[in-house]
Ligand binder design. Structure first.
Ligand code: FA5
Length: 345
């Protein structure tokens, strides 16, 4: 009987050495320490052992069970430690590994220029408004003194959705919308950035979809010299402190008098070059004093109030500022162009 116990112990300890994971360990425990284990069977047979032998055999079984129990506990701890070490090793972070480089985005040059223009006008006390790109004929033309069949409409032929709805050809409808929303309060002092559309043939300086920034100031006593002063201030902030500005007489049905505004050619400084077509000047915007009709229709009596307005092409400003010779470069998303502007946002 006692040799059987020793065999059981040897076999159990041998099997314990083979245990490699928690499931096997549990299996081992059930098999050698459970109710149906060989040791329990020996205990059950104790009745058939001679009475004087019984205490010794019983004791031997108990000692054997104690040793197996201790061996199991030791194995369990060793296994836990091994599994933990394996996990630590497999999940170790190698801090010497170089990090993954993140591609850094940048503002598109047009967005950058828009923000610069906005900042300059915010600094002069303007607020920013936005208007709809799908506009009514009424606001895009009629309320701007451009009745149906007015020949000046041809200068801004566009994409019509219905007879009365179109993609706006300029941001000027927002002059009217802003005044209607503000009346009778003054001063009105707002800029309006936004996308506009025209049936222009695309070429180096024209696009069928482009961006404008409208400006409008209405108050008592606003004069042409205020317009010139604001635009000079803008040109110097945008292009440099010595930048000169020139107003050329022009025509817009919604301003009277009207002007086109040129800046001294950034490329040649006024000497004459290909960029300025040898004139020494480059046009950046249209402007003028708000026409009395437009003021009256929008709810500001022209006998009391006056105002100026301007509308600049954002692409043209960006091209001038950054020496981009073809407007189409701004829309093609060629990374070689965009990377040049990849300063941190
Ligand atoms: C206008 O759009 C007037 N609404 C401007 C205005 C506002 C006048 C307020 C008076 C008072 P014009 O069509 O000239 O004007 O366009 C204004 C500017 O938009 C131009 O100076 C030019 O910089 C830009 N521009 C015009 N057409 C295009 C085009 N097809 N592609 C890119 N830029 C353009």
């Amino acid at each position: 009987m006692e040799t059987t116990i020793l065999d059981i112990e040897r076999e159990a300890l041998g099997a314990l050495e083979q245990v490699a994971d928690r499931a096997a360990l549990e299996e081992w425990r059930v098999r050698y320490l459970g109710k149906k284990s060989p040791l329990s069977q020996v205990m059950r047979q104790l009745g058939s052992v001679a009475a004087e032998e019984r205490p010794r055999v019983g004791e031997a079984v108990n000692r054997c069970r104690d040793r197996l129990q201790t061996a199991w506990e030791t194995a369990k701890e060793a296994l836990s430690e091994r599994l933990l070490n394996e996990r630590l090793a497999s999940e170790r972070v190698d801090v010497t590994l170089p990090g993954r480089r993140r591609e850094r985005g940048a503002l598109h040059p047009l967005v950058r220029v828009m923000q610069e223009v906005e900042d300059i006008f915010l600094g002069m006390g303007f607020t920013i408004a936005e208007g709809p790109e799908v506009e009514t004929d009424e606001y895009n033309f009629e309320k701007l003194n451009l009745p149906k069949d007015h020949p000046a409409r041809d200068m801004q032929d566009t994409f019509y959705l219905t007879d009365a709805l179109l993609l706006r050809t300029h941001t000027s409808p927002m002059q009217v919308r802003t005044m209607e929303a503000m009346r009778p309060r003054v001063p009105v002092k707002v800029i309006v950035p936004g996308r506009v559309y025209r049936r222009d043939e695309d070429d180096a300086t024209h696009s069928h979809a482009f961006n404008q920034i409208e400006g409008l100031v209405v108050d008592e006593g606003i004069r042409m010299s205020d317009l010139k002063g604001v635009l000079e201030q803008f040109a110097r902030a945008m292009f440099g402190p010595d930048q000169a500005v020139r107003l050329r007489p022009s025509f817009f049905p919604f301003t009277e008098p009207s002007a086109e505004v040129d800046v001294r050619c950034i490329n040649c400084g006024g000497a004459g070059c290909r960029v300025c077509k040898d004139t020494g000047w480059i046009e950046i915007l249209g402007a003028g004093m708000v026409h009395p009709h437009v003021l009256d229709w929008a709810g500001y009596d022209h006998r009391r109030y006056s105002g100026f307005a301007f509308g600049m092409g954002v692409e043209r400003i960006a091209m001038l500022k950054y020496g981009i010779e073809d407007i189409r470069h701004l829309y093609q998303n060629d990374l070689r162009l965009l990377r040049q502007f990849a300063r941190p946002v």
